[in-house]
Design a binder for this molecule. Structure first.
Ligand SMILES: O=C(O)CCC(=O)C(=O)O
Length: 280
């Protein structure tokens, strides 16, 4: 059974109407800790990335071949007990995909962040292309602030992007607005997950709502490094959730060396650097 992490969810506020007003967007980002843009990004490009990722998942045996590949239906094959998605050969291959890597430098994101951060920006090499399996609730990303993992500067901004429509039951992302003003909150080991986070009851005690939406391909959610956020459970019977993360900061701010490496650097079984020809 999923835990209670889907209850009492409010709706993200769409900032598309402020796209012409960068000062208002900066103010809203500072006040709320997040910005959401419905349909800002190129949906065709995202669907192509989704297909690239699903092809790799299919080669690894995780996609049901009786259904069209883009539907992303899970085959039911389990990971060996000793291996997590993030250290698997499949994930490592995803991190090498040229179209996925190039998306972090697309002009819409680059111009938007340049405006929001009001100067030269740096995009982290630590890009993430995630596949989340249905009914795998212990792997649902717990509430956390990215600063705990990303370090460097708290003024790092994450983009979370669904590659394929992602209604709430497929497990989108939820943010807790205005938590960027609370400073760093202590993170604890989250039993059974292998990761750290802020326990759900501690988050609820803050008295702020969790906000999410039924994400569509092309939507962009971005948030500050101290904004609490969490994944929702993928409660579907058999659908794979496919999502992307890119991170940006001011070029002049401190950066942790791990953000200049591909994600999970040092943790894979084979450790040659993934080759990404177009974007380096
Ligand atoms: O998609 C997820 O499961 C987690 C995403 C996340 O924590 C992030 O984008 O920082």
């Amino acid at each position: 059974m999923p835990d209670d992490n889907q209850k009492a969810l409010g709706e993200l506020v769409d900032s598309m109407g402020l796209l012409h007003d960068i000062v208002a967007l900066r103010r809203r980002l500072h006040e709320e800790g997040y910005l959401f843009f419905r349909g800002l990004l190129d949906a065709d490009e995202l669907l192509a990335i989704r297909e690239d990722m699903l092809k790799l998942a299919d080669e690894a045996g995780f996609v049901n071949r009786d259904r069209p590949l883009p539907a992303g239906i899970y085959s039911g094959q389990t990971f060996p007990a000793s291996r997590k998605f993030e250290t698997s050969p499949l994930y490592r291959k995803i991190l090498e995909l040229p179209r996925f890597n190039a998306f972090g430098r697309n002009p819409v994101l680059t111009l938007l962040y340049g405006g929001l951060l009001d100067g030269p920006i740096l995009e982290h090499r630590r890009r993430i292309g995630r596949i989340t399996f249905p009914q795998s609730f212990k792997n649902t990303t717990p509430p956390h602030q990215d600063y705990f993992y990303i370090k460097g500067t708290p003024d790092t901004y994450t983009c979370w992007i669904a590659a394929g429509d992602c209604p709430a039951e497929l497990g989108g992302l939820a943010v807790m607005p205005r938590t960027n003003h609370l400073g760093y909150i202590e993170h604890e080991p989250m039993p059974g997950t292998g990761g750290h986070g802020v326990p759900h009851d501690k988050c609820e005690a803050l008295g702020l709502p969790w906000l999410t939406t039924d994400f569509k391909t092309g939507d962009l959610l971005l948030f500050h490094g101290l904004t609490l956020h969490k994944a929702l459970d993928n409660r579907t019977e058999d659908r794979l959730r496919v999502s992307l993360e890119f991170r940006y900061q001011r070029a002049e701010d401190p950066i942790d060396p791990s953000s200049q490496q591909y994600h999970m650097h040092g943790a894979f079984e084979t450790e040659e650097a993934p080759e990404v020809k177009q974007t380096q």
